[in-house]
Design a protein around this ligand. Structure first.
Ligand SMILES: Nc1nc2c(c(=O)[nH]1)N[C@H]1C(S)=C(S)[C@@H](COP(=O)(O)O)O[C@H]1N2
Ligand SMILES: [Mo]
Length: 219
């Protein structure tokens, strides 16, 4: 019987974990080991949460001076931008020039003010997905809470109503259907990170997999 996408992705992680780790960041637009695709593929757990607009919330909590809960109107009222960036998935495809519209993450950071102890971030999404990353990665200028793609309202397939996009990290850190952002002192592994994927996920360092043993993810 054909294996599911999730099974193949896990098996691939198991196989590739012995690949040599890069010590130097590779320069250039296309990160090492990637190839470009023309259309943005759809990649997720196959669960499409239908959140009614009035019920949607974004909650930002943990080690911040001013925790924030936004409904969709509240998010839409914040300063907005359109920006174009490249998207790199760990499964080796890269899509150039994705045009995202939404609220820059810097607007959120300015409001919640993460404390000095906030070294890590955990995203939690409406499909049950989680992903963790160093808090510093959120401060890049091109990180966006996207509500539109290519000038159209963000589809559920691509993570609508609201998703995170972090162009400088592999795509699995760009949480679709975002619900919570928690600032933490200690790193907490997310869905793929528990299954052997990298905590830091820099495509130009080819940080695909965790160098350490991840308890429980091997058969
Ligand atoms: N909530 C959620 N976000 C997610 C995922 C997911 O399964 N659930 N998959 C991640 C992965 S592995 C990738 S490559 C991108 C894919 O985004 P796209 O489907 O818009 O191309 O979403 C990321 N964000
Ligand atoms: Mo991915």
């Amino acid at each position: 019987m054909a294996r599911t996408y999730l099974e193949r992705k896990e098996a691939w992680a198991a196989k590739m974990r012995s690949a040599p780790v890069r010590t130097e960041r590779v320069e250039g637009r296309l990160p090492p080991g990637q190839h470009t695709v023309q259309e943005l593929p759809v990649l997720d757990l196959g669960i499409y949460p239908e959140v009614d607009s009035p019920d949607w919330r974004l909650e930002i909590e943990g080690l911040v001076e001013a925790p924030l809960a936004l409904d969709l109107d509240g998010l839409m009222a914040l300063p907005r931008v359109e920006m174009t960036s490249d998207f790199h998935c760990v499964t080796t495809w890269s899509k150039y020039d994705c045009r995202w519209g939404g609220v820059p993450m810097t607007e959120i950071l300015d409001r919640v003010k993460p404390t000095d102890a906030a070294n890590f971030v955990l995203f939690t999404s409406y499909d049950g997905y989680t992903t963790n990353l160093p808090a510093a990665a959120l401060f890049a200028e091109d990180v966006i809470l996207a509500t539109s793609m290519d000038g159209e309202v963000l589809s559920v397939k691509h993570g609508g109503p609201v998703r995170v996009v972090i162009p400088q990290l592999y795509g699995w850190k760009s949480a679709k259907f975002i619900h919570r952002i928690d600032f933490l002192a200690e790193d907490v592994s997310g869905y793929w990170e528990k299954r052997g994927y990298s905590n830091t996920a820099d495509p130009w360092l080819e940080e695909r997999f965790s160098g350490e043993e991840v308890p429980g993810w091997r058969d």
